[in-house]
Design a protein. Structure first.
Lengths: 361, 159
């Protein structure tokens, strides 16, 4: 007996109801708005949840308690912070480039929301099943550096500029090995579309099927995505002890909150990409041959699988942040150009050979 | 060949040391009993302050209201902030000699940085650091304290 209600059927029911009530064009417009609102609500809710979870995990990892005062076990702390940021004034420094200063947070936020477009949350739940999904995500997420550079330059502050320049150097260099890590799986599944990659993992996730090259690619991707997110141990762009807050030093109130939100959105998107590409997206855990286990796993809805995997990657990133000390800028570039990039180039060759010979499971 | 070996050794060493660090924080994560944070105002009765916490300078007196301070002012000279003022008086001993004696041991808590140099410098070990920490008062004058109790005198040297 299969569960009869799935998210796909709910969305189809809404679609047919809207089409029966409104003109098809109007119904399409309403659907676009609804989908956008749903994604924004999801991201904001997840960001609030994640801020709280991260502060709590950080506390426990460092023998502290984390937030404890606002609400039982500090559960309302993140909500209180959001309220505070909403009520604060957005200051613009006198000698800043005012237009760029105000546009920069929007650029960063829009870019990070745009990367959510091709992500498949569950079977059929996808905003746009574009046939170059993985390429789209890597291309769009690299645009966020423009917003960061705008923020750093227009603040007219040496700390902001230094932070933005570091962030630029970091994102530009780490994108290379991040892209090469994704190419490994793209070669094996033979498609760039997110739904195609998920479908290719119906009989096993790539991290299991693709063995050595995919495991290397997964480790590389997690390292590079941590670096692209400007999170510790790669948080040179913010580096509290050196640059006060890096590129968002001069921002306050909601403008600061938008940088913060986009950082967390990028974190979700990259975790979702890692979960989709390497860990099978919304596909349940299947072992070929064991039908009992496979049927049992099918009962767990795809959205639970997807968010479970996403939270696993998020936990890894949080774990890195609160364990490792910050790298120096030369160590950062050395790690990328002397270790990650050569290793991932050789890994792509190796993976191409394995994909050609069909030696994956 | 050696350089290639060194290259892969560096990767291996990097991953193994990072893994060690992650295991430590992971261990702390799953052992919440090791948490050191104390929830202060709630646990005031069971609060544990480490013995060596430097809270405030005190001049211990024994049961006969006697202390060990000779009024040599070495602590006053050693204090980097000038938060100590030793006021001495001269008294006549029964033998008819004039002798300096401690009159008032003035301690400005508001100036003190709790560096503990006065305690290190004291030749008599007369003063020590207390581990009390709730020093806030509504009037700044209350932060200036006289540490020797009224009527106290120097403990006579053991014969």
């Amino acid at each position: 007996m299969q569960l009869s209600i799935s998210l796909l059927e709910i969305t189809r029911a809404i679609d047919s109801w809207l089409n029966s009530v409104f003109h098809p064009h109007l119904a399409y417009g309403i659907e676009l708005v609804l989908a956008g609102v749903a994604v924004i609500l999801l991201v904001v809710a997840m960001a609030i949840l994640m801020v709280y979870a991260e502060r709590k995990l950080a506390g426990f990892m460092q023998l502290r308690l984390g937030p404890m005062r606002v609400g039982k076990w500090g559960t309302m702390q993140a909500v209180a912070d959001v309220m505070k940021l909403l009520l604060k004034e957005c200051l613009t420094p006198t000698n800043s480039d005012k237009l760029m200063f105000r546009v920069a947070p929007f650029v960063v936020t829009i870019v990070s929301f745009m990367t959510l477009v091709p992500i498949a949350f569950a079977k059929g739940i996808q905003l746009w099943d574009i046939n170059i999904g993985v390429f789209y995500i890597t291309a769009v997420s690299s645009l966020s550096v423009i917003g960061i550079l705008m923020a750093g330059w227009s603040s007219n502050n040496k700390y902001s500029l230094l932070g933005a320049m570091r962030s630029g150097a970091q994102i530009v260099s780490y994108e290379l090995s991040g892209g090469l890590a994704l190419i490994v799986v793209v070669m094996m599944s033979g498609t760039l579309s997110i739904s195609g990659i998920v479908q290719a993992q119906a009989d096993g996730w790539w991290i299991i099927k693709g063995h050595i090259p995919v495991i290397i690619a997964f480790v590389t991707f997690v390292i590079t995505s941590t670096a692209e997110l400007n999170r510790a141990p790669f948080d040179l762009a913010e580096a509290e002890s050196e640059l006060t807050a890096g590129y968002h030093t001069e921002y306050s109130g909601m403008q600061f909150a938008m940088f913060f939100l986009s950082e967390y959105t990028n974190m979700f998107v990259l975790s979702m990409v890692a979960a989709t590409v390497f860990l099978g997206g919304w596909m349940p855990f299947h072992i070929a041959g064991l039908d009992g286990l496979n049927h049992f796993m099918d009962y767990i809805p795809g959205i639970v699988w997807f968010f479970g995997k996403t939270f696993f990657i998020l936990f890894l990133i949080v774990w890195f942040r609160w364990t490792f000390p910050r790298l120096r800028i030369d160590q950062l570039l050395k790690l990328e150009w002397k270790y990650l990039l050569p290793v991932s180039i050789i890994n792509v060759l190796f993976a191409a050979f394995i994909a050609l010979m069909g030696w994956y499971l | 060949m050696n350089s290639i070996y060194q290259y892969f050794r560096a990767i291996w060493y990097g991953f193994s040391s990072l893994w060690k660090g992650m295991m430590l924080t992971g261990h702390y994560l799953v052992h919440p009993k090791k948490i050191l944070t104390q929830q202060y105002p709630e646990n005031r009765d069971t609060l544990y302050i480490p013995e060596r916490f430097q809270g405030e300078v005190v001049l211990p007196h024994d049961e006969n209201n006697e202390h060990l301070c000779t009024g040599c002012t070495i602590c006053e000279m050693n204090c980097p902030n000038g938060s100590i003022k030793i006021i001495t008086r001269s008294v006549e001993t029964p033998e008819g000699k004039k002798k300096k004696e401690l009159d008032e041991w003035v301690y400005h808590l508001g100036l003190c940085t709790f560096c503990g140099q006065c305690i290190d410098a004291c030749p008599q070990n007369a003063i020590k650091m207390d581990n009390s920490f709730e020093h806030s008062v509504y009037d700044r004058k209350l932060l200036t304290k006289v540490l020797n109790q009224p009527g106290s005198k120097l403990k006579s040297a053991k014969k």
